[in-house]
Ligand binder design. Structure first.
Ligand code: IPE
Ligand code: IPE
Ligand code: MG
Length: 249
């Protein structure tokens, strides 16, 4: 065994398998800075970031974490230069093309959080294919937040809810938090227990605003392309050291 493997196994042995989070959400940030530090183009950072996606999905699956949400592209990321957006979309298509068979074999269900109708045709079709192929899988839910914005999700949810009230499908006085949850992309899913943000930034950047009311936040200074299995284990250990009170004593 290499020294890295020993280190990773030591960390793994510190994780309480009975107290794993059911839902882990990650803001995959820092690709550009990782590349800049190495005098590489930003796209090289995104490419290396995809390697960590594969690694973290596998590690979370091996632990038996049933929900993993990855923030891949925000509604605000459309403001980036066209070439960078094109690269990100290309990497998404490549990832799905290469990994879909393995993900399906591993019983992973792919869900998209975000409006995929606004994506360019190629990624849109690839995403639809992945969702359709894996829709009956039930070992792990892999949510990819794509063209996702928390405020957009809430506003669109309210619009759909109003339509249902108007049509008589929902009664105004019966609307409560449980009812409203069904109008979010995460309907039928538990709220994230743990939210991880690498790259040193300490903000939500419009991610899962409604769902993180009682989520534990773990921030890491490493950039996403360096966020490996060991980093995931460290985040889980930190999460397990927290005392969650949910407003109680
Ligand atoms: C995350 O890395 C990838 C996306 C937001 C799509 P960034 O591209 O934001 O990298 P930094 O934050 O500029 O380092
Ligand atoms: C958040 O990262 C979005 C994703 C990781 C997809 P950003 O890099 O877009 O966030 P800000 O601009 O630093 O807040
Ligand atoms: Mg960033």
């Amino acid at each position: 065994m290499s020294r890295d493997e020993i280190n990773t196994n030591t960390l793994l042995s510190k994780i309480d398998m009975d107290k794993l989070p059911k839902h882990v959400a990650i803001i995959m940030d820092g690709n550009g800075r990782w590349a800049r530090k190495r005098l590489l183009p930003r796209t090289a950072g995104h490419r290396e970031g995809v390697e960590r996606v594969k690694e973290i999905v596998e590690a979370a699956g091996n632990l038996g974490i049933p929900y993993l949400t990855l923030y891949a592209f925000s509604t605000e990321n459309w403001g980036r230069p066209k070439e960078e957006i094109d690269t990100l979309m290309k990497l998404l298509v490549e990832y799905l093309k290469k990994e879909l068979t393995t993900l399906h074999k591993n019983n992973v269900k792919i869900n998209i959080l975000g409006n995929i109708d606004d994506l360019p045709a190629l990624p849109r079709e690839e995403v639809k294919k992945a969702v359709e192929k894996t829709k009956n899988n039930d070992k792990m839910n892999l949510n990819i937040a794509l063209n996702y914005g928390g405020r957009n999700e809430i506003v669109n949810g309210i619009k759909s809810l109003i339509k249902d009230v108007r049509s008589g499908d929902v009664i105004l006085d019966e609307i409560n938090e449980e009812v409203f949850k069904n109008y979010l992309f995460t309907r039928n899913q538990p709220d994230p227990d743990l939210l991880i943000r690498p790259s040193g930034e300490k903000r939500l950047s419009n991610f899962l605003l409604y769902q993180v009311a009682y989520t534990e936040f773990v921030f890491s200074d490493v950039y996403w392309p360096e966020f490996n299995t060991e980093q995931l284990y460290k985040s889980l250990i930190e999460y397990q050291s927290r005392k969650r009170r949910f407003g109680g004593i």
